[in-house]
Design a protein around this ligand. Sequence first.
Ligand SMILES: Cc1cc2nc3c(=O)[nH]c(=O)nc-3n(C[C@H](O)[C@H](O)[C@H](O)COP(=O)(O)OP(=O)(O)OC[C@H]3O[C@@H](n4cnc5c(N)ncnc54)[C@H](O)[C@@H]3O)c2cc1C
Length: 390
Amino acid sequence: MPTWTNWSGSVVARPARILAPASEDEVAAIVREAAPGTTVRVAGSGHSFVPVVPGDDTLLSLERLSGLLHADAAAGRATLLAGTRLCDATHLLWERGLALPNQGDVDTQALAGAIATGTHGTGPAFGSISTRLVAARVVTADGSLLDIENSALLPALRVSLGLLGIFTRVTLACIPRYALHERVWRRPIEACLDALDHDIAANEHYEFFWFPRSDVAESKALNTVDETPPGEEPPALDGPGERLGWAHRIYPSVRDLRFNEMEYAVPAEAGPECFRAIRQRINERHPKVAWPVEYRTLAADDAWLSPAFGRPTVTLSVHQAAERPYREFFTDLEPIFREFGGRPHWGKFHTCTRADLAAMYPRFDDFCALRQRLDPAGRFLSPYLSSLFT
Ligand SMILES: Cc1cc2nc3c(=O)[nH]c(=O)nc-3n(C[C@H](O)[C@H](O)[C@H](O)COP(=O)(O)OP(=O)(O)OC[C@H]3O[C@@H](n4cnc5c(N)ncnc54)[C@H](O)[C@@H]3O)c2cc1C
């Protein structure tokens, strides 16, 4: 049996087969012809830290379903194949004069994987990448191809972990391409917290990383500028901690060191207090942890399973080196996030049960009922996902 491993190495699976279909019809045929009682799961680029990808039977990679199908700069819409990596998608959009209004920390994920987990960047006016989804083609549990647009299904489908269908193409609302100015600077964490409200309000995209051992915060602010960068390539630092370049080249960082991560989304107003409680716990009980805590903001949205559903949000994430134990550290912090009304990121570590999730997500039971209706035989389930969604 083939082996499938995620980016951090925290998930190793042995599905019966891994297939890489080359067309939407082939994806549909695989689902249609899969043996009764077996499951079909789909992988993006494996950047989730928990087993939201594999099942026991068929695992699909959509890496061959990559590319831009259609772009309409005037309408601000583009349709891409679902396996397109974000780095390729944003380059293709850029060539057509388009861009996403926000991006996350890296751009190595598959578009559909990023959408299906609610992957986000930072900025109180910006939703996750899934909020840009305006239409999609999906393979349904009976192996049909279904086009979805202007449908009541969209808010359920946006963040759906491959449980409602397999995206084969996605249409995104885009904006004209733009340049960003980046500024990165360090200061003691208390100074960073004192300036937090101001810095969030004064910048389009603001975040900070707190490094526990030094008690220093590294802040990053990104703002749109009118200047046109000379080329598409990422620019070198221009002065201390400053760069200017095309947005899709400025957003992503390079993450060479592998890690595991837990992230919770708390109501925006609880962010600072929750961060202080996390900081205190790390200082008191985990003095050896060197990896930073990341603090970001996120606009409210209407996707049923979005951690930002219905409320302006702050996301807080904690990390640990991939080669080190992380479970004890993360589970010691998790009750603090929960106490502040946190909802877990679907692609990151958490220990929530179905009952916990139902209490956190107002539309959780609706999602489960819809899943049951669209996929009564559980074609798109896995043991891990069954434990949470059935
Ligand atoms: C280095 C690193 C940096 C990260 N930075 C951020 C960040 O800045 N912001 C953030 O929010 N998250 C971040 N994450 C988390 C990551 O973005 C999410 O876990 C995301 O889902 C990963 O995308 P992927 O393509 O690897 O998807 P996978 O992990 O492979 O899959 C995720 C889910 O999507 C489903 N899926 C994949 N393809 C399809 C499809 N075609 N149709 C339907 N469902 C599908 C899968 O079945 C699975 O349930 C980061 C992770 C890493 C490792």
